[in-house]
Design a protein around this ligand. Structure first.
Ligand SMILES: Cc1ncc(COP(=O)(O)O)c(C=O)c1O
Length: 379
């Protein structure tokens, strides 16, 4: 039996997406910038995808969607695109539980003299909006707060945080919504954000395409130079198959969003209940209520330093079950999770986190089997 429970790392592409990618590779592989009919066909495919993505997040027009290679590039474009507007270092605010695409970008700026405030989080991984208000300065140019945390599933009050930023400063507001888009309804106007990152492979598209939403009037500098594609913000021939796939996955996600997010939420709560009642060594991490619908994360309450999150992942893998220890991008190392440390867990505890993330194929039986195997491993 093979059970995949690592959708926060990546998702299996939908059948319709694979079919479309095939079709484009065979018939629609032109360069969207070319003037002949191959190029025209490619440009139509590209613009359709732009509108499909814009629709999913309720952006006013396709022009506000800049295609990138994924979430990491979208995050980098947001951070360096905004900060490159300034010749002198200024001030940025992020949270202490950002994905490394934001944290490491901002750390690079810090070495160049930028001042960075990292908002602390509570035991559930939520920032306090008052802290944001008190941290804004006259020279704050950007606030970037993750929407749904990949490792612990906690959702931040983005609408409130964006409003505080607007009401008390001139700063732009960016959110990394890579774990949220495609799983929860997102409306960039209602949220009041200037910039938002998303990534196709987190919601049943293929790897290699994501996007940065850029609100009309927001001024960004490109981070790479070249032919000026994507409204001069992201030079390079667009990865058409992956972008078309992202467009289709966006439309399909939109159609199913309400029912699927409800279904996943119920399954997630079932999983949390099952684990906390049957595996006494495991307790929930992150916020129980403000939580991604497809996300369960737990920490092992056991003093042995031999039993780490990575060990549990390896043992479950031997039984054909795929989960993750912390975020995918950190699971190659056994360092304590920075996210758990930021939430107040000790170094010893912070190597004992696991993440179980569900997808559109997950059933109750998958979860029952997984918890049964988990219990055996822990006992
Ligand atoms: C919150 C978050 N931001 C950014 C990324 C990076 O996205 P990508 O893998 O598309 O580069 C991830 C990937 O796990 C993520 O979870």
């Amino acid at each position: 039996m093979q059970i995949y429970l690592d959708s926060s790392a990546t998702t299996a592409p939908r059948f319709e997406v694979i079919e479309l990618v095939n079709k484009i590779l065979v018939e629609g592989w032109g360069n969207p910038s070319s003037l002949h009919s191959w190029g025209e066909r490619a440009a139509i495919t590209l613009e359709k995808a732009r509108w499909q993505v814009a629709d999913l997040i309720n952006a006013d027009d396709g022009e506000s969607i800049i295609f990138t290679s994924g979430g990491t590039e979208a995050d980098n474009l947001a951070i360096f695109g905004v900060t490159s507007n300034y010749s002198e270092p200024q001030h940025i605010i992020i949270s202490s539980v950002e994905h490394s695409a934001i944290e490491n970008s901002v750390a690079t700026l810090e070495t160049k003299g930028w001042q960075v405030t990292r908002l602390t989080v509570n035991r559930e991984g939520r920032v306090n909006p008052e802290d944001l208000k008190n941290s804004l300065q006259p020279n704050t140019v950007l606030v970037s707060i993750i929407y749904g945390q990949s490792e612990i599933g906690t959702i931040q009050p983005i609408e409130t945080l964006a409003k505080i930023t607007k009401n008390h400063s001139q700063a732009l507001f960016h959110t990394d919504a890579v774990q949220v888009v495609g799983h929860l309804s997102v409306d960039v106007s209602a949220l009041g954000v200037d910039l938002l990152s998303l990534s196709g492979h987190k919601f049943y598209s293929i790897q290699g395409a994501g996007a940065l939403y850029v609100k009309k009037g927001v001024n960004l500098q490109p981070i790479q130079q070249g032919g000026g594609q994507e409204h001069r913000l992201r030079s390079g021939t667009q990865a058409l198959p992956a972008i078309a796939a992202l467009g289709l996955a966006s439309s399909l996600a939109q159609q199913e969003l309400e029912s699927e997010s409800l279904r996943l939420r119920e399954l997630r709560d079932y999983l949390i209940e099952l684990i906390t009642s049957e595996c006494s060594y495991l307790s929930l991490t992150g916020d129980k209520y403000h939580r991604l619908p497809h996300h369960g994360s737990f920490i092992l309450n056991h003093s042995s330093s031999q039993i780490t999150g990575r060990k549990i992942v390896r043992d479950l893998s031997l039984a054909g079950i795929a989960i993750s220890a912390g975020s995918a991008c950190n699971s190659g190392t056994s360092l304590p999770s920075k996210v758990l440390l930021a939430m107040g867990y000790s170094e010893q505890e912070s190597i004992k986190g696991i993440r179980i993330s569900l997808d559109r194929t997950t059933t109750k039986e998958d979860l029952q089997w997984t918890v049964m195997v988990l219990r055996q491993i822990l006992s």
